[in-house]
Design a binder for this molecule. Structure first.
Ligand code: TRH
Length: 369
C-alpha cells in the first residue's frame, strides 16, 4: 500500500455519529487495507460507550490543541469539518513529503454532493494538498461504509443466532413464540414517540419494541408501562457497536437516527424509519426529502407512500399526515419495502465501499503529486 499511515481527527460534538463513523473507518482502513491508523478523539469517553475493542493497526489518542503531536501521517482525515489543531498543521507543513489532507463530510443525498465530491479545498495560507470527500448514495460520490464481510455476517445471522441474541439480553425470541413484530427504537428525544407507541398499542399484531439506552429510552421508561394493549417494551443497554447491527438484523423494522445507524439500517435490509439530526432553518428537511426522493423511487407506489408518510410524521415535518396513519401504511407495506431495499443495496454495492473509494481517491492524488 502506497499510503501506509493515516491520522483521523474527530471531535465529538454530541451523540455518537461522528465517532461512530470515524471508528468504523479506522477499523476498516487497518483491518481491510493494512493501514496503520491513529484515531485522535477529543472525548474518548464517547468511544468507550460504543464499547470499541482494541483493533490491530488502530491506536486511539485523546487530543486537544496542546497535545504532543508527533510526525503527521501520510493521509490526514479531518472528520466532519472538525478542524485540525494548529500545532499539528504546522507539523504537516514541516514534513518532508506533505501529507494529504482530506475533509470527510457528512452524508447527504442532495444532488449538489456529486458536484462537490473530490474537489480541492486549497488552504488559504499554507501549501498543503486538501480535498473534500463526500459520502453519498450515487455514482460520483464517496458512497457509504460497508465492511467486506458485512453482508455475509448478516446472512449467517440465522434463527438460532437470533434467539441467542435476544436471550443475551434476557428476552425470548418474540417473533418465534408469539409471532410478534419486533421493532427497534433509536431516535432523538424530540421524536413524537407518544403517538407512535399509542398506535403500536392498538396494532392488530403484537409488537415487541426493543429500546436501547438513550435519553429517549429514559423518557419512554418514565411514561409508559412495559405492556399496553398489543405493545411490549423491552429496554436494553446501549449495546456494543457490533451488536447494534445484530439488533437491526433481529428486528422486522428499525427506527434509526443520525448518520451511522441510518446506514446500518440500510445494510440490514429491514424496513426502517430515519429520525434525522435537526439543523437550523430546517436544513435537515431538505436533506430528508432528498433521501426520500432517491430511496422511494425504487419502491412500489403504496410502499413509497407508506415510507414517506411515516418518515415525515416521525420528523414532525409541516403538513405530514397523522403518525398513526403513517405507521399503519408503513407496517402494511413492509414486504414490498424489503424488495425495494434489496435493489437499494444493489445500487450501493455498485458504487463501492467508502473506505475503498477513499483509498483509491488518495492514491490517485498522491500519484499525481
Ligand atoms: O448518535 P447520532 O445521533 O449521531 C449524530 C449524527 O451523526 C449527526 O449527523 C451528527 O451531526 C451528530 O451525531 C453530531 O446517531 P448515529 O449517527 O446513528 O450514531 C450512533 C452510533 O451509535 C452508531 O455508530 C450506532 C451506535 N450504537 C451502538 O453502538 N449501540 C446502541 O445501542 C445504539 C443505539 C447505537
Amino acid at each position: 500500500m502506497l499510503l501506509q499511515q493515516w491520522d483521523i481527527f474527530c471531535r465529538v460534538i454530541d451523540n455518537f455519529g461522528d465517532i461512530g463513523v470515524s471508528w468504523r473507518l479506522a477499523r476498516q482502513l487497518a483491518g481491510e487495507h493494512g493501514a496503520t491508523v491513529r484515531l485522535w478523539v477529543d472525548k474518548p469517553d464517547a468511544l468507550h460507550a460504543l464499547c470499541a475493542q482494541a483493533v490491530s493497526g488502530v491506536t486511539v489518542h485523546a487530543y486537544d490543541d496542546e497535545a504532543p503531536f508527533t510526525r503527521p501521517a501520510d493521509v490526514v482525515i479531518e472528520a466532519f469539518g472538525c478542524g485540525l489543531p494548529p500545532a499539528y498543521v504546522n507539523a504537516m507543513v514541516a514534513r518532508e513529503t506533505r501529507p494529504l489532507w482530506i475533509i470527510l463530510e457528512y452524508l447527504s443525498a442532495e444532488p449538489w454532493v456529486r458536484e462537490h465530491h473530490g474537489l480541492p479545498s486549497p488552504h488559504p495560507q499554507l501549501n498543503l494538498p486538501r480535498y473534500f470527500f463526500f459520502p453519498g448514495f450515487t455514482e460520483g460520490t464517496g458512497s457509504v461504509l460497508r465492511e467486506r464481510d458485512l453482508l455475509q455476517r448478516r446472512d449467517a445471522f440465522d434463527q438460532p443466532a437470533k434467539r441467542a441474541w435476544w436471550a443475551r439480553y434476557g428476552f425470548a425470541d418474540a417473533q418465534q413464540d408469539a409471532n410478534a413484530l419486533a421493532v427497534s427504537l433509536f431516535a432523538y428525544p424530540h421524536a413524537p414517540y407518544r403517538a407512535l407507541l399509542a398506535a403500536c398499542a392498538q396494532s392488530a399484531v403484537p409488537i415487541v419494541m426493543a429500546i436501547p439506552e438513550s435519553p429517549l429510552a429514559q423518557q419512554v421508561r418514565h411514561e409508559f408501562p412495559l405492556r399496553s394493549g398489543n405493545l411490549e417494551l423491552r429496554f436494553m443497554p446501549f449495546v456494543p457497536q457490533a451488536e447494534y447491527d445484530e439488533l437491526l438484523w433481529a428486528c422486522d423494522a428499525n427506527f434509526v437516527r443520525g448518520e451511522d445507524s441510518f446506514v446500518r439500517a440500510q445494510w440490514a435490509g429491514k424496513p426502517f424509519v430515519w429520525h434525522i439530526y435537526p439543523q437550523e432553518a430546517n436544513a435537515h428537511v431538505v436533506k430528508l426529502q432528498a433521501f426520500l426522493h432517491e430511496y422511494c423511487a425504487g419502491l412500489s407506489a403504496p410502499a413509497a407512500d407508506g415510507v414517506r408518510e411515516l418518515w415525515l410524521a416521525w420528523n414532525s415535518v409541516e403538513g405530514a399526515p397523522p403518525l398513526a396513519q403513517g405507521w399503519q401504511n408503513f407496517a402494511q407495506t413492509r414486504q414490498t419495502q424489503v424488495q425495494g431495499l434489496q435493489q437499494w443495496q444493489e445500487r450501493l454495492l455498485n458504487i463501492g465501499d467508502l473506505s475503498v473509494n477513499l483509498l483509491r481517491f488518495c492514491q490517485a492524488i498522491s500519484a499525481k503529486k
